[in-house]
Ligand binder design. Sequence first.
Ligand code: FAD
Length: 341
Amino acid sequence: MAAPRVAVVGAGVVGLSTALCVADAFPACAITVLAQRFTPGTTSDVAAGMLIPHRAPETPIHVQKRWFKETFTYLFAISNSTAASEAGIHLVSGWQVFKNPPGEELPFWSDIVLGFRSMSEAELQKFPQHRYGQAFTTLKCDCPPYLLWMEKRLKAKGVQLHTRKVANLWELHSEYDIVVNCAGIGARQLVGDQQLIPVRGQVLKVHAPWVKNFVRDGDGLTYIYPGINSVTLGGTREKESWSLSPDPSTTKAIFGRCCSLEPSLRAARDVEVKVGLRPSRASVRLQREAWSHEGAKLLVVHNYGHGSGGFSMHWGTAKEATQLVGECIAALQGSSSRAKL
Ligand code: FAD
């Protein structure tokens, strides 16, 4: 049979990593990434890119842990390679602080990040409003450089990248054998998934190169994440808000909250405000389907709904989506050899 034609819809962190993983596993496939927007225009460009997982309530913890571990191991190797600066991947140490001790003393990811431990009394003196804290080292992606680096690697592997808005996946059936749906919040319209909701996030990117450690309030709402070129200050989580316009009063509130955790930020310059819609769902949708209509067929793999954890989980979910693509290829090969009999 001819090489399977695979379209990956979406060029955020999930689509690009899935396309890379499929290209590595099945080099004979003709792969195209189709997206309405590429970097710097995706939700993934807005993210802080920290590897600190958020729980998806309906995905089993052992699965979330596997996805996180695979992503951490993959990015850790990049951070230790000559590609680290171009890819925008680096280690960052810091603290997660709590006003009251958390219900769960050890988060499920505590043995995957490096050097996880409770903060000492001396360290806690830095945060007079907080009574408990955890110190650890994790990884951070500088998102636009990481997306660009993935695009460059895809092109080097012969993958085509095309700007195109897809109205529905079925429109691709005559051009492709397999479609991988990595459309983020766009999947709500693309496949009519009403379980997928936007959770709006507003962040500030500031120039404050003296801030070297991350600080995250345990409620996850206030955070300071230093990257290579800027520090991300957050944030907000507004369920079912579709607004992409920055809200000035929210900007002021975020800045005030972050300055109360790290007073030196009062001297930060060049504030840039960004808004993104997290594609949130009770569980990530990783699923294979076979569609057919009047004798025509299309194999579909879904990989969307990563909510607040797209960067933390992307390589693990890309690997799982690639396995599903492999099952689709086996099904195509099975049907083409049956057709020959
Ligand atoms: P997107 O990046 O939105 O990409 C979707 C792609 O699909 C785009 O290319 C889009 O153009 C395309 N598309 C959509 N519909 C169509 C269509 N009909 N036709 C063609 N193309 C289409 N996660 C972390 O792990 N760590 C963090 O620190 C972190 N911080 C965040 C901070 C904020 C403020 C926000 C908003 C999110 C944060 N996240 C974080 C979450 C993370 O950004 C998301 O989980 C991740 O970006 C989702 O990636 P995605 O590729 O699924 O979606």
